[in-house]
Design a protein around this ligand. Structure first.
Ligand SMILES: [Zn+2]
Length: 257
């Protein structure tokens, strides 16, 4: 027996399937991430497909069948027109959606994640023209927030071991354990913290800022090149250490073209 249900979502990714169909991975408010088939979506006159190919929030009517779920109807609920004619913004949006797709499992409902994705798209939609540096910074800031939502919130304020407040210039960084360790804990047990490395105060500050501020405020800080190198390396390190799959390109490379 088939069941029909309605849901609101944002398409994270698409892939061709069979001869004329496509499979869409959709982050929904009510059911978490779902995979739905768009029948005939690759045919030139497909009625439903155009709404699923754009970056938008859509209302979906889904048939829950025996083998898979199929799109029976789709309507665009919220468009993000500011993205459609801006190549860099489109790249940032697609990369962000890809990260969410990689980091989530099906049917795990997370309203906060849904809101964060929607907020990021709304923010990009209205944001002024971005430079590649700013785009990469925004993408990495989203990554930090995403890691937090997925249960890998990096520790940026207190020592991972003794929970003491981290003081400027007196700490090290451990990507796999996900945060900062104070100098005295490292001294006490050099073996345990063997793979920790140094991290500058500026980069730690920038990470705290990216992690806690609203997207619109991330347009403000000056982004000096030498700080950005270390910043990106550190965020990528966290991503590699905690994500189930690793993106094919670095966040920074994705924004350079
Ligand atoms: Zn400590």
């Amino acid at each position: 027996m088939s069941i029909l249900y309605q849901t609101t979502g944002i398409v994270l990714s698409r892939r061709d399937w069979r001869e004329a169909d496509r499979v869409y991975s959709v982050l929904t408010k009510e059911h978490g991430k779902i995979e739905v088939v768009g029948r005939g979506a690759r045919k030139p006159l497909a009625k439903l497909a155009p709404h699923l190919e754009f970056c938008a929030e859509v209302d979906l009517l889904v048939v829950h069948g025996r083998v898979n779920e199929t799109v029976a109807g789709v309507e665009r609920k919220k468009n993000f027109p500011g993205l459609y004619n801006d190549l860099l913004k489109t790249v940032v949006a697609n990369h962000m959606l890809q990260l969410v797709d990689m980091g989530t499992r099906e049917r795990e409902v997370d309203q906060f994640l849904y809101e964060e994705v929607r907020n990021f798209l709304s923010f990009l939609n209205k944001a002024p023209t971005l430079t590649s540096e700013r785009s990469a910074f925004l993408l990495s800031a989203f990554t930090l927030k995403l890691l937090g939502l997925l249960g890998y919130r990096p520790e940026l304020n207190f020592c991972l071991h003794c929970r003491g407040v981290i003081k400027a210039g007196e700490f090290r960084w451990h990507a796999l354990k996900g945060g900062v360790i104070c100098g005295s804990c490292v001294e006490e047990d050099r073996e345990q913290w063997f793979s920790s490395r140094s991290l500058s105060d500026e980069v730690l500050k920038l990470m705290r800022f990216a992690m806690t501020e609203r997207f619109a405020d991330l347009l403000r800080p000056h982004l000096p090149g030498e700080v950005l190198d270390e910043y990106h390396e550190t965020v990528e390190g966290l991503l590699v250490a905690h994500f189930p799959t690793i993106p094919a390109t670095t966040l920074r490379a994705a924004c350079q073209f």
